[in-house]
Design a protein around this ligand. Structure first.
Ligand code: MN
Length: 200
């Protein structure tokens, strides 16, 4: 038998990303929202286990939907925290080259990614993916935590644009949050992930 999902600690202090992301937001986002996805995923798994033992009856379709939503939320948030840092960093090396090849320039990539993030309908994410079949970079616009994701693509970086990610500080100005987010992107970490997924 495997283990349960566990809420990871933030790789920095709650106030480390100020002024771009307030301590209050980061604390609520991590301790309440992310934590709820971890609990939700574990509780869906527990319900399935109980059902297999005949202890309860479950609506399998509903539980699997819950499970997908919460696992998605947990995994995306876990990556999201690591994609940010208080240290200033810039795109470099093979990843920077790949971005220029695919999007024309780093600036053009930022613009396209920002547009994707700003226009997610309702709650969701923007993510930069690497497709091993074509060896190309692809931007995905994820709805909720789990909708519109193509299987087998490898995620390099993700940006949470649920209202809970910015509302306390930015009100309804998602575009300003997205613009400021670029100041805390951890390019060194993303570069490491890129090396990992392209290693032959
Ligand atoms: Mn979130």
């Amino acid at each position: 038998m495997g283990s349960k999902y566990v809420l990871p600690e933030l790789p920095y202090e709650y106030n480390a990303l100020e002024p771009y992301l307030s301590e209050e937001i980061l604390k609520l986002h991590h301790d309440r929202h992310h934590s709820a996805y971890v609990k939700g995923a574990n509780s869906a798994l527990e319900d399935l286990e109980k059902a297999r033992k005949g202890k309860i009856e479950v609506d399998i379709k509903a539980v699997l939907k819950e499970l997908s939503f919460h696992i998605g939320g947990h995994i995306l948030h876990t990556l999201f925290w690591k994609c940010m840092t208080p240290e200033k960093s810039e795109p470099s090396g093979a990843l920077a080259e790949k971005i220029k090849e695919e999007f024309g320039s780093i600036e053009a990539f930022r613009n396209e990614f920002s547009k994707a993030a700003n226009s997610v309908e309702g709650s969701g994410w923007a993510a930069l993916m690497y497709c091993p079949l074509t060896e190309r970079l692809i931007i995905q616009q994820i709805e909720k935590h789990n909708v519109n994701l193509a299987p087998e693509l490898r995620m390099l970086v993700c940006l949470d644009v649920w209202e809970h990610a910015y509302y306390l500080q930015y009100k309804n100005d998602r575009a300003l949050f997205v613009k400021n987010w670029w100041n805390v992107v951890n390019w060194d970490f993303i570069e490491e992930r890129f090396k990992e997924v392209t290693r032959k």
